[in-house]
Ligand binder design. Structure first.
Ligand SMILES: NC(=O)c1ccc[n+]([C@@H]2O[C@H](COP(=O)([O-])OP(=O)(O)OC[C@H]3O[C@@H](n4cnc5c(N)ncnc54)[C@H](OP(=O)(O)O)[C@@H]3O)[C@@H](O)[C@H]2O)c1
Length: 302
């Protein structure tokens, strides 16, 4: 009934976990069924009764995309077009994940972005993701595009793991303080994705989903440090100075929006969802790492 694309990625892994837990019938694929190849999609989907596709796959390396422009567009635009075409042909409803990087970022303290706000990506990744959104809108009527931001979860590289590793290795960690957003725990987003399906919703369109409340990378890092220390994920006698720096002092290949906070009013209202604050979700994630030490060690230790 469900085809989960990108099940080996950070988000896809948690989506698969919840599909299993809820005993839903699904098929799953990742890179072995290349979304850039329409024939590969047809071959995999042949003879399968599919009602929903959840697409968690994508080209997600924001900095590398500045060099690998063709590959970023091959996956995030052409691949998404293929999924949309396949969905249209087979009358499948599509849930696709997109990003806050379709926006250029506003001044700090200005209102958060609603789904109808003007997009204007400032890096290749954002441009390729927006191109994918446009393909879906052109081809399909029955779609949900869920834009999210600052994702972290058990599987894959993410900011939380990077910070814990640096806190173990270094005495000084510098973190950017002038980029604002809302972190998102993959488990929380997964809950929203499954709610869309379980409601059998026909309220198609674009939605925004992150955890609640706004922060910057520096404050996010400080909170990870304090919580990780309290939970024993970092040695209690290890002192680390965390220093706020400006974006100019931390050059990266891709430019990033300064203030890309997404408004969640629409998704909360339509799906009657209650969203948690990012620090509550982070606490849950860190507790699960404490209770499954081997997950943390395999991600953080070299
Ligand atoms: N991570 C974030 O902070 C963030 C923020 C906003 C939005 N998003 C969006 O959320 C979604 C999930 O992100 P994520 O962080 O979970 O991504 P991820 O961990 O990079 O997972 C993506 C998966 O897609 C696979 N994939 C790549 N190319 C493919 C292809 N041609 N055909 C089939 N599968 C392919 C990847 O395989 P390989 O790993 O082998 O390449 C990987 O397993 C993406 O759409 C992303 O754009 C992420």
């Amino acid at each position: 009934m469900i085809w989960l694309i990108g099940n080996k990625g950070m988000l896809g892994n948690d989506v698969e976990k919840l599909l299993k837990e809820r005993e839903l019938i699904y098929w799953a694929s990742d890179k072995e069924v290349d979304i850039g190849d329409y024939k590969a999609l047809e071959k995999f989907g042949k003879d399968k009764k599919i009602k929903w596709i959840i697409n968690c796959s994508g080209y997600t390396d924001v900095d590398k995309a500045e060099e690998e422009i063709d590959e970023a567009f091959r996956i995030n635009e052409d691949g998404v077009r293929n999924i949309a075409l396949f969905s249209a042909k087979r009358q499948i409803r599509l849930i696709h994940i997109s990003t806050d990087y379709v926006f250029d970022g506003r001044q700090e303290g200005t209102p958060s972005y609603s789904e109808d706000d003007k997009t204007n990506p400032i890096n290749i990744y954002g441009k390729s993701k927006l191109a994918g959104e446009e393909e879906i809108k052109k081809i399909l009527e029955k779609y949900f595009i869920i834009r999210t931001a600052w994702l972290y979860g058990l599987q894959g590289n993410n900011f939380v793991y990077t910070m814990i590793r640096l806190f173990k290795e270094r005495d000084l960690v510098k973190v950017v303080e002038d980029q604002w957003g809302s972190p998102t725990y993959t488990m929380d987003l997964t809950g929203a994705i499954l709610k869309t399906m379980e409601d059998d919703s026909v309220s198609y369109g674009i939605y925004h989903f992150t955890n609640e409340s706004i922060t910057n990378w520096y404050e996010f890092a400080m909170t990870i440090y304090k919580k990780a220390k309290r939970l024993g994920l970092i040695e209690s006698n290890k002192k680390v100075e965390i220093k706020p720096i400006k974006t100019e002092d931390y050059p990266t290949a891709a430019r990033r929006p300064k203030y890309s906070v997404l408004s969640k009013e629409k998704i909360k209202k339509v799906f009657d969802l209650k969203l948690r604050d990012w620090d509550k979700a982070l606490e849950d994630f860190l507790v699960s790492l404490r209770d499954n030490r081997e997950d943390l060690e395999s991600r953080v230790e070299k």
